[in-house]
Design a protein around this ligand. Structure first.
Ligand SMILES: *Cc1c(COP(=O)(O)O)cnc(C)c1O
Ligand SMILES: [Zn+2]
Length: 396
C-alpha cells in the first residue's frame, strides 16, 4: 500500500450554505437546517491537486473499506485519525439483470443492491455520516421522526456510537416496524395526530440544544453520505457513467446525492458524462411526477392515496425544486406506477433474478418497464436501478 501522495491534501474545506437566504455556516456547528428554515447544502473547496489526479485521490482511500474509502470526499472530521462510526455500510453489489431485462427488451440493466446494507436499506449511508458528525460534535442524543428505514438506521448507528436516541413515530405505527428500532436501544415515542405533529414533536425535543435532529429529508450530511453510491457505480463502470439511473424518490436524499456524486466527478473531468436521472414514484403519492408532467418547478399539491410503497410517501418533499431541476438538467424524466405494477415487478425480480426487495424498492423496475415501452430508454443503453430496501423488511 502506498501512502497518500505528497501534495494531495487529505480533505476539501467545507462551508454550509443556505439555499434560501444564502447564509453560510462552518461545519463545526450542529445544524440540520438554516435558522431561516431553508435547506442547507455542503459547499466544498476542492484543492486543485486533489481534483487533477483521479488515481491519486482514489488511492488515498484504498486502506479503508466501504463508504469510508471516500471519507476524503466528505466533510472532514476534526480528528482525521478518529475511527469512523461504521457498521460496514457501502460497497453494495452491482449486478446485471439479464432475465428481467430480456423480458423488457433491455440488454444492459444493472441493479445496485443498496438493500445489502447493515440495516437493510440505503439509509445507512446517510446515517453513518450524520451520526459520525454528531459524535464529533459531542451530541448527547439523536432525534429522528420515522417508523421506517430511516428510524431503524439512525437507531442502529446511534447505538454504535454510544449516543442516546429518540425516534418519534405515528401512534398507529405497526409494532413490527418499531421493534427493530427498540432492539437497538432507542426510545420510541409514539405521537398522536397527523404526520406533521410527529415532526413537530421531534423538533420540540431538539430545542434543548443537546440533541441533534437527523432529519433525513433535510439534513445536508445525510445527502452527502448518498453520493458515495454514485462514486461506487462510476468506479464499477471504469469511470464511465451509465446512460440512465432510476430510483424510488420520496424526499430525494438518494436522488440528490447520486447526482451530486456524478456531477463532481464529471466537473473534474474524471468521467466524460453524467447519467439521465429518472424519478420513480407511486401513483398514490406522486407530487414530483405530477409536477414534471405539468412542467412545474415545484412539487405539485396532491391527494395522497394508500400505496404499498410506504418508503416514498412524502407528500411535500422539501427538496422538490432541486429534484425537479436535476431531472431537467440531466434530461431525465419522472414516472408514476401503480400498486399492481409495483407488486408485479417485485415478484418478477424475485422469480427471474432471485432478488427479494420491499415493495418500495420495486418501484424503479416498474418505472423502467414503462420508460422502455415509451422508448425513453433504448435496448442497448446502460441503466442502473437502485434497489433501496430489503424484502426481509416486509415479511407480510
Ligand atoms: C427512504 C426510502 C426511499 C426514498 O428515499 P428518499 O431519500 O426519501 O427519496 C426509497 N426506498 C426505500 C426502501 C426507502 O426506505
Ligand atoms: Zn437561510
Amino acid at each position: 500500500m502506498t501512502s497518500p501522495s505528497e501534495g494531495v491534501p487529505a480533505h476539501p474545506t467545507v462551508t454550509l450554505r443556505c439555499t434560501s437566504c444564502g447564509a453560510t455556516y462552518a461545519d463545526t456547528e450542529p445544524l440540520w437546517a438554516c435558522v431561516c428554515g431553508g435547506l442547507l447544502t455542503v459547499g466544498y473547496e476542492w484543492p486543485a491537486a486533489f481534483t487533477a489526479d483521479r488515481e491519486a485521490a482514489l488511492e488515498q482511500g484504498r486502506q479503508a473499506t466501504g463508504l469510508w474509502r471516500y471519507a476524503h470526499f466528505l466533510p472532514p472530521t476534526a480528528d482525521p485519525g478518529a475511527a469512523p462510526v461504521t457498521l460496514g455500510e457501502g460497497d453494495t453489489p452491482l449486478v446485471p439483470l439479464p432475465r428481467w431485462g430480456e423480458r423488457h427488451g433491455l440488454r444492459r440493466v444493472y441493479a445496485k443492491l443498496e438493500y445489502v446494507s447493515p440495516t437493510g436499506s440505503f439509509k445507512d449511508r446517510g446515517a453513518a455520516v450524520v451520526v459520525a458528525k454528531a459524535a464529533e460534535w459531542g451530541i448527547g442524543r439523536m432525534v429522528e421522526d420515522s417508523s421506517g428505514n430511516a428510524g431503524a438506521s439512525i437507531a442502529a448507528y446511534s447505538a454504535r456510537a454510544g449516543i442516546a436516541c429518540d425516534i418519534f413515530v405515528p401512534a398507529a405505527a405497526p409494532t413490527a416496524k418499531v421493534r427493530p428500532i427498540e432492539r437497538c436501544g432507542a426510545n420510541v415515542r409514539r405521537i398522536g395526530g397527523t404526520r406533521s405533529d410527529v415532526t413537530a414533536a421531534a423538533l420540540d425535543a431538539v430545542s434543548d440544544g443537546e440533541s441533534y435532529y437527523a432529519a433525513h429529508n433535510l439534513n445536508p450530511y445525510f445527502t452527502e453520505g448518498m453520493k458515495t453510491a454514485a462514486y461506487e457505480v462510476l468506479e464499477s463502470f471504469d469511470c464511465q457513467a451509465p446512460d440512465h439511473m432510476i430510483l424510488p424518490v420520496g424526499g430525494g436524499s438518494l436522488f440528490v446525492g447520486l447526482w451530486r456524486g456524478c456531477q463532481e466527478w464529471r466537473s473534474w473531468g474524471w468521467v466524460p458524462s453524467a447519467p439521465r436521472m429518472h424519478v420513480a414514484q407511486s401513483t398514490g403519492c406522486a407530487p414530483l411526477v405530477t409536477a414534471y408532467q405539468q412542467g412545474s418547478d415545484e412539487p405539485a399539491p396532491i391527494d395522497r392515496q394508500p400505496t404499498v410503497a410506504g418508503g416514498i410517501e412524502v407528500v411535500a418533499p422539501p427538496r422538490g425544486r432541486h429534484i425537479l431541476s436535476i431531472v431537467r438538467e440531466s434530461a431525465g424524466s419522472a414516472v408514476a406506477v401503480d400498486d399492481a405494477a409495483i407488486l408485479a415487478h417485485r415478484e418478477l425480480l424475485a422469480t427471474l433474478e432471485g432478488l427479494d426487495v420491499e415493495p418500495t424498492a420495486a418501484v424503479p423496475l416498474a418505472g423502467l418497464a414503462s420508460l422502455a415501452r415509451e422508448g425513453i430508454v433504448s435496448p442497448d443503453e446502460t441503466v442502473v436501478a437502485c434497489l433501496t430496501g430489503s424484502g426481509l423488511k416486509d415479511p407480510s
